[in-house]
Design a protein around this ligand. Structure first.
Ligand code: AMP
Length: 190
Protein backbone atom coordinates (compact mmCIF):
# COMPACT_ATOMS: atom_id res chain seq x y z
CA UNK A 1 0.00 0.00 0.00
CA UNK A 2 1.04 3.60 -0.58
CA UNK A 3 0.19 5.62 2.51
CA UNK A 4 1.01 9.31 2.32
CA UNK A 5 0.86 11.80 5.16
CA UNK A 6 0.30 15.16 3.49
CA UNK A 7 1.60 17.67 5.96
CA UNK A 8 1.85 21.43 6.34
CA UNK A 9 0.28 24.40 8.08
CA UNK A 10 -3.30 25.53 7.45
CA UNK A 11 -3.48 27.02 3.96
CA UNK A 12 -0.47 25.09 2.64
CA UNK A 13 -2.61 23.45 -0.06
CA UNK A 14 -2.99 19.95 1.42
CA UNK A 15 -6.62 19.48 0.35
CA UNK A 16 -6.04 20.83 -3.15
CA UNK A 17 -3.02 18.62 -3.74
CA UNK A 18 -4.65 15.55 -2.16
CA UNK A 19 -7.43 15.80 -4.75
CA UNK A 20 -4.82 15.58 -7.53
CA UNK A 21 -2.87 12.74 -5.94
CA UNK A 22 -5.89 10.49 -5.36
CA UNK A 23 -6.69 10.64 -9.08
CA UNK A 24 -3.16 9.80 -10.22
CA UNK A 25 -2.42 7.07 -7.68
CA UNK A 26 -5.92 5.70 -6.94
CA UNK A 27 -5.69 6.45 -3.22
CA UNK A 28 -8.37 7.16 -0.62
CA UNK A 29 -8.37 10.76 0.65
CA UNK A 30 -8.95 11.01 4.40
CA UNK A 31 -9.14 14.58 5.66
CA UNK A 32 -9.94 14.77 9.36
CA UNK A 33 -11.06 18.40 8.91
CA UNK A 34 -13.51 17.35 6.16
CA UNK A 35 -14.85 14.49 8.29
CA UNK A 36 -15.40 16.85 11.22
CA UNK A 37 -17.12 19.37 8.93
CA UNK A 38 -19.47 16.73 7.53
CA UNK A 39 -20.33 15.70 11.11
CA UNK A 40 -21.04 19.33 11.99
CA UNK A 41 -23.33 19.57 8.96
CA UNK A 42 -25.11 16.37 9.98
CA UNK A 43 -25.43 17.70 13.53
CA UNK A 44 -23.99 14.53 15.03
CA UNK A 45 -22.68 14.27 18.58
CA UNK A 46 -19.12 14.14 17.21
CA UNK A 47 -19.84 17.22 15.09
CA UNK A 48 -21.08 19.21 18.08
CA UNK A 49 -18.00 18.30 20.07
CA UNK A 50 -15.59 19.06 17.21
CA UNK A 51 -17.27 22.41 16.51
CA UNK A 52 -16.52 23.71 19.98
CA UNK A 53 -12.78 23.31 19.25
CA UNK A 54 -12.77 24.18 15.55
CA UNK A 55 -14.57 27.48 16.11
CA UNK A 56 -11.62 28.58 18.23
CA UNK A 57 -8.94 27.15 15.97
CA UNK A 58 -7.94 24.60 18.62
CA UNK A 59 -7.25 20.91 18.07
CA UNK A 60 -10.01 18.39 18.70
CA UNK A 61 -8.79 16.01 21.48
CA UNK A 62 -6.54 13.18 20.32
CA UNK A 63 -8.73 10.37 21.70
CA UNK A 64 -11.72 11.54 19.64
CA UNK A 65 -9.72 12.23 16.47
CA UNK A 66 -7.77 8.98 16.53
CA UNK A 67 -10.89 6.84 17.04
CA UNK A 68 -12.68 8.63 14.21
CA UNK A 69 -9.73 8.21 11.82
CA UNK A 70 -9.42 4.49 12.55
CA UNK A 71 -13.15 4.01 11.93
CA UNK A 72 -12.77 5.72 8.54
CA UNK A 73 -9.76 3.62 7.49
CA UNK A 74 -11.51 0.30 8.08
CA UNK A 75 -14.49 1.37 5.95
CA UNK A 76 -12.38 0.81 2.83
CA UNK A 77 -11.95 -2.69 1.50
CA UNK A 78 -8.57 -3.48 -0.12
CA UNK A 79 -7.54 0.12 -0.78
CA UNK A 80 -4.41 0.91 -2.79
CA UNK A 81 -3.49 3.27 0.00
CA UNK A 82 -4.48 6.45 1.81
CA UNK A 83 -3.66 10.12 1.79
CA UNK A 84 -3.89 11.39 5.34
CA UNK A 85 -4.65 15.11 5.13
CA UNK A 86 -4.60 17.07 8.38
CA UNK A 87 -3.71 13.96 10.38
CA UNK A 88 -1.54 13.30 12.39
CA UNK A 89 -1.38 16.73 14.06
CA UNK A 90 0.33 15.63 17.30
CA UNK A 91 3.03 13.08 18.11
CA UNK A 92 0.40 11.14 20.01
CA UNK A 93 -1.67 10.87 16.82
CA UNK A 94 1.43 9.89 14.83
CA UNK A 95 2.16 7.09 17.27
CA UNK A 96 -1.42 5.88 17.23
CA UNK A 97 -1.41 5.87 13.42
CA UNK A 98 1.77 3.84 13.35
CA UNK A 99 0.39 1.24 15.79
CA UNK A 100 -2.94 1.09 13.98
CA UNK A 101 -1.45 0.70 10.49
CA UNK A 102 0.85 -2.03 11.79
CA UNK A 103 -2.21 -3.87 13.12
CA UNK A 104 -3.54 -3.98 9.55
CA UNK A 105 -0.12 -4.93 8.16
CA UNK A 106 0.84 -1.68 6.57
CA UNK A 107 2.69 1.55 7.42
CA UNK A 108 3.16 5.19 6.46
CA UNK A 109 5.24 5.27 3.25
CA UNK A 110 6.19 8.94 3.39
CA UNK A 111 5.37 12.31 4.89
CA UNK A 112 5.22 15.03 2.23
CA UNK A 113 5.42 18.42 3.91
CA UNK A 114 4.29 21.48 1.95
CA UNK A 115 6.51 24.41 2.85
CA UNK A 116 4.76 27.80 2.62
CA UNK A 117 5.73 31.03 4.44
CA UNK A 118 3.31 32.46 6.99
CA UNK A 119 2.33 35.64 5.10
CA UNK A 120 1.26 33.54 2.13
CA UNK A 121 -0.78 31.21 4.39
CA UNK A 122 -2.77 34.08 5.87
CA UNK A 123 -3.42 35.48 2.39
CA UNK A 124 -4.61 32.12 1.06
CA UNK A 125 -6.83 31.39 4.07
CA UNK A 126 -8.57 34.77 3.95
CA UNK A 127 -9.15 34.29 0.22
CA UNK A 128 -10.59 30.81 0.85
CA UNK A 129 -12.77 32.32 3.59
CA UNK A 130 -14.31 34.70 1.05
CA UNK A 131 -15.21 31.83 -1.28
CA UNK A 132 -16.18 29.09 1.18
CA UNK A 133 -18.45 29.16 4.18
CA UNK A 134 -15.66 28.06 6.52
CA UNK A 135 -16.02 30.21 9.62
CA UNK A 136 -12.46 29.42 10.71
CA UNK A 137 -11.12 30.95 7.47
CA UNK A 138 -13.07 34.17 7.82
CA UNK A 139 -11.66 35.53 11.04
CA UNK A 140 -8.07 36.78 11.17
CA UNK A 141 -7.69 35.99 14.88
CA UNK A 142 -8.85 32.36 14.41
CA UNK A 143 -6.40 32.02 11.50
CA UNK A 144 -3.60 33.36 13.71
CA UNK A 145 -4.54 30.86 16.40
CA UNK A 146 -4.56 27.93 13.95
CA UNK A 147 -1.08 28.87 12.75
CA UNK A 148 0.11 29.22 16.37
CA UNK A 149 -1.38 25.81 17.25
CA UNK A 150 0.37 24.36 14.19
CA UNK A 151 3.74 25.78 15.27
CA UNK A 152 3.34 24.79 18.92
CA UNK A 153 1.71 21.35 18.66
CA UNK A 154 1.89 20.07 15.10
CA UNK A 155 5.23 21.11 13.57
CA UNK A 156 7.05 18.58 15.83
CA UNK A 157 5.36 15.72 13.99
CA UNK A 158 7.79 16.36 11.11
CA UNK A 159 10.67 15.18 13.35
CA UNK A 160 8.76 11.98 14.13
CA UNK A 161 8.92 11.03 10.44
CA UNK A 162 12.36 12.55 9.89
CA UNK A 163 13.76 10.12 12.48
CA UNK A 164 12.25 7.29 10.48
CA UNK A 165 13.73 8.67 7.22
CA UNK A 166 10.25 9.21 5.86
CA UNK A 167 10.18 13.00 5.71
CA UNK A 168 10.27 14.98 2.46
CA UNK A 169 9.87 18.73 2.29
CA UNK A 170 8.22 20.16 -0.84
CA UNK A 171 8.26 23.80 -1.92
CA UNK A 172 4.58 24.80 -1.60
CA UNK A 173 4.88 28.07 -3.53
CA UNK A 174 4.00 28.34 -7.21
CA UNK A 175 1.06 27.29 -9.34
CA UNK A 176 -1.11 24.35 -8.25
CA UNK A 177 0.23 22.29 -11.16
CA UNK A 178 3.86 23.09 -10.41
CA UNK A 179 3.41 21.88 -6.84
CA UNK A 180 1.58 18.76 -8.00
CA UNK A 181 4.49 17.95 -10.35
CA UNK A 182 6.94 18.29 -7.43
CA UNK A 183 4.84 15.84 -5.42
CA UNK A 184 4.63 13.37 -8.33
CA UNK A 185 8.42 13.41 -8.71
CA UNK A 186 8.94 12.42 -5.06
CA UNK A 187 6.13 9.83 -4.97
CA UNK A 188 7.30 8.17 -8.18
CA UNK A 189 10.63 7.39 -6.50
CA UNK A 190 8.98 5.46 -3.63
P1 AMP B 1 -8.38 21.43 8.54
O1 AMP B 1 -9.54 21.26 7.64
O2 AMP B 1 -7.36 20.34 8.40
O3 AMP B 1 -7.77 22.81 8.45
O4 AMP B 1 -8.92 21.31 10.04
C1 AMP B 1 -9.89 22.22 10.55
C2 AMP B 1 -9.98 22.06 12.06
O5 AMP B 1 -10.41 20.72 12.38
C3 AMP B 1 -8.68 22.23 12.84
O6 AMP B 1 -8.42 23.61 13.10
C4 AMP B 1 -8.98 21.43 14.09
O7 AMP B 1 -9.84 22.14 14.96
C5 AMP B 1 -9.78 20.25 13.55
N1 AMP B 1 -8.89 19.13 13.17
C6 AMP B 1 -8.68 18.63 11.92
N2 AMP B 1 -7.82 17.60 11.95
C7 AMP B 1 -7.45 17.44 13.24
C8 AMP B 1 -6.56 16.57 13.92
N3 AMP B 1 -5.85 15.64 13.25
N4 AMP B 1 -6.44 16.71 15.26
C9 AMP B 1 -7.15 17.61 15.95
N5 AMP B 1 -7.99 18.49 15.38
C10 AMP B 1 -8.15 18.42 14.04
Amino acid sequence: MLNIVLFGPPGAGKGTQAEKLIVKYGLVHLSTGDIFRSNIKGETELGNLAKSYMDKGELVPDSVTIKMLEQEVVKHESPKGFIFDGFPRTNNQANALSVFLESINTEVSVMLALDVPKEELVKRLLLRGEKSQRADDQDASIIENRIRVYLEQTAVVASYYEEKNKYQSINGLGSINEITERLYRVIDLI
